[in-house]
Design a protein around this ligand. Sequence first.
Ligand code: SF4
Length: 259
Amino acid sequence: MSSTSTGNVTVIDAKRGLRPRASASDVEVAARLAALQEKAKGRDAHGILELALREEFAGKTAVVSSFGAESVVLLKLVADIDPNTPILFLNTGKLFGETLRYRDRLQDVLGLGDVRSLAPSLEEREKKDPEGTLWSRDADACCDFRKTIPLSRALEPFQAQITGRKRFQTRERADMQAVEYFEGRYRFNPLWQWDLHQLEAFVERNNLPQHPLVEDGYPSIGCMPCTRRVQAGEDYRAGRWSGLDKDECGIHLTDGGGI
Ligand code: SF4
């Protein structure tokens, strides 16, 4: 990811058409982050969401959701606090039709009042991927213009974001904290310590609808060209970018280090 870091906070490269955020000094950011991490200590997922949505960043927080296999858990927790929280959904143009229908269903079931579908502009698609096959030649470049850049633009008005990332998912996520700082805003990960069993139990207990592809052998779901079924015994994310040395799309990569 192209970014710069000066004496101020890291911002996304303006050459990609993204406005730098109002700067805060590293010292200020570090102090606020430490205070937020202290407040998050000992809180469960609901408590961490309350911290972001009610206590610290009311009206200034967006949720990033793929409406994938496990997304319903975070969305249910958010809806219980404020169903009108902005939900940013990356409609890359390469998603399964099942995901789009699942988004619509969850919107109705959970009463979500502000789901925002993000997509690259027609101009960008014609310029960068006129044949729609960039994923097969350069997946990082495809994720960059279909996911990272649209999300960065949509996040500009917000001071904080909420993700559904979990520690158990990937090597890169194993060190994540409940609250982090990423590209100019605070990032809350209320499910950071959850495992698959807890996620499944929550879905069952709350009688929530599952993504239809889960039963069909897809425990982790992204874009159609970059997601395959997982065989018995494989890691649950083995179907994402299978065969490539890649397990993040870039929207969650930590500085220096990647739905
Ligand atoms: S997951 Fe695949 S199709 Fe989707 S944006 Fe990334 S490379 Fe492109």
